[in-house]
Design a protein around this ligand. Structure first.
Ligand SMILES: Nc1ncnc2c1ncn2[C@@H]1O[C@H](COP(=O)(O)OP(=O)(O)O)[C@@H](O)[C@H]1O
Ligand SMILES: [Mg+2]
Length: 440
């Protein structure tokens, strides 16, 4: 600073009022500045809030979001995109949108952008997005961005990753398949159990006629030996008296009489065996799983008889049936269900003084109806609510699995049938099975 500038200012005299005026003016300007600043800060905070809100919305989106400029260059992407593509944000900003997609899709994408620019609409289609491990499918939709004057300033693309969905779907399908397999397995083991019960019945049943055949065959062998001795003597030219004596001694007259009954006895036993085998053959033929028209009364009667025989239970079985009620379904499966119902009925009637099982078959409208009733204690209400649930059993461990009825229910459903339980007015439970009527 020079000496000169330190001199007092010479000029027109400035009054005190003027100074006050100037100071007030400065003050006001300052005040206005402060207000402006506050307003600016408020606006800023508001903008910041909007920005954070937008960022949180975009960040929370699980769909991929791509924003591009008028020439197709990427302006912004959301977190879902970065996660899916595995690229950092800086790497994608500014590059061409089409380069993010599989080369085979790029022309189509360029066409889409062209259509949007011209004011047209593009359909949502599946496009392959490039990712680290090749490509992943996106269900992609695109909309034009326009400024206030309606000029095209770019596009917004939203892509739903369908790969994840597909994978989830595949997983679901796989577990569904596993469940189905497990169910088939269960049905099979339940079937094996029924087969075991059946086999016990078969063994018991065959024992009788076979011992019959065996005993009579033994008798025949003895008679044969006697006749051989007699004929040897005839051939050797024995005298009439000698032969008479021998005939007495060998009791040949009685042997001749008994020969007939031994043969017919053996035949009877053999026929019984044949019948058993025949009914077994039918049982196994009906296990082929073909849907067919079958005689519901006959099929359920055979199944019931075998289970009762298998348990060596002395339980009277009554069958009340309208003439040949034909049902439609897989007779082998229905037989398995009936065997389960009879098995349960026998279990329920253990210790009951006068057990009974009553089968009743009739047609009701479009349905063939089978009722399996017993003289047991019946089903209490709390049990009836859960009776078809898997693993529900009131029997001790080792005796009941709780699977019989749930599997039966499933089987009946698969045969377009229904299965329900009630109590008989005269006491005891009654299971009601309906199936579609078969064609005559
Ligand atoms: N005829 C019946 N009378 C009374 N209760 C029955 C009858 N049938 C089934 N139940 C009840 O239903 C339960 C479930 O039967 P089920 O599914 O066949 O399994 P489980 O026979 O292995 O117990 C039985 O434990 C029993 O309590
Ligand atoms: Mg059972």
């Amino acid at each position: 600073m020079t000496r000169e500038s330190a001199q007092p200012i010479r000029g027109p005299q400035v009054s005190e009022d003027t100074w006050v005026e100037v100071l007030r003016s400065v003050d006001q300007t300052y005040q206005e500045l402060v207000e402006h600043q506050v307003e600016l800060e408020e606006r800023n905070a508001e903008l910041e809030g909007i920005r954070a809100f937008m960022a949180s919305v975009l960040g929370a989106m699980t769909d991929v979001l791509l924003v591009c400029g008028p020439e197709g260059q990427i302006l912004e992407v959301n977190r879902a995109f970065l996660q899916l593509s595995g690229q950092p944000r800086e790497a994608v900003r500014g590059i061409q949108l089409v380069e993010l997609f599989d080369p085979s899709e790029r022309d189509a994408l360029r066409r889409d952008l062209h259509v949007l620019r011209g004011g047209g609409v593009v359909a949502t289609v599946e496009r392959q997005l490039c990712v680290a491990a090749g490509t992943t499918p996106l269900d992609l939709s695109a909309t034009a961005r326009r400024d206030k004057r309606g000029r095209f300033i770019g596009a917004v693309l939203i892509g739903r990753p369908v790969g994840e969905l597909r994978r989830a779907y595949k997983e679901m399908e796989a577990s569904h398949r596993a469940l189905k397999e497990a169910q088939t397995q269960l049905v099979r083991s339940e079937k094996l159990a029924s087969l075991g019960r059946l086999l016990a019945g078969v063994a018991h049943e065959l024992n009788n006629p076979i011992s019959f055949v065996y005993g009579n065959a033994h008798a025949l062998e003895r008679y044969t030996a006697k006749f051989e001795t007699y004929f040897e003597r005839v051939e050797a030219g024995a005298s009439r008296d000698d032969l008479m004596a021998l005939r007495q001694e060998l009791k040949l007259d009685r042997a001749v009489r008994q020969l007939r009954s031994a043969v017919s006895g053996a035949l009877e036993g053999a026929e019984r065996v044949r019948d058993i085998v025949e009914s077994l053959r039918r049982l196994s033929a009906e296990g082929t799983g073909q849907i067919e028209t079958f005689d519901l009364a006959e099929t359920s009667k055979i199944a019931a008889q075998w289970v009762i025989k298998g348990r060596s239970a002395d339980v009277p079985l009554t069958v009340q049936a309208e003439d040949a009620v034909l049902a439609r379904g897989r007779p082998g499966h229905i037989q398995q269900v009936v065997m389960n119902l009879i098995q349960n009925a026998l279990d329920a009637m253990e210790g009951v003084a006068q057990p009974c099982i009553a089968l009743s078959v009739r047609g009701e409208g479009e349905r063939a109806v089978l009722e399996v009733g017993d003289c047991g204690p019946g089903v209490p209400e709390d049990v009836s609510l859960r009776i078809f649930d898997p693993f529900f059993t009131t029997k001790p461990v080792g005796k009941g699995t709780g699977l019989g009825l749930s599997i039966s229910y499933k089987i009946v459903e698969e045969n377009d049938g229904t299965l329900s339980v009630a109590n008989r007015p005269e006491g005891g439970a009654v299971f009601r099975l309906t199936l579609p009527l078969g064609d005559a």
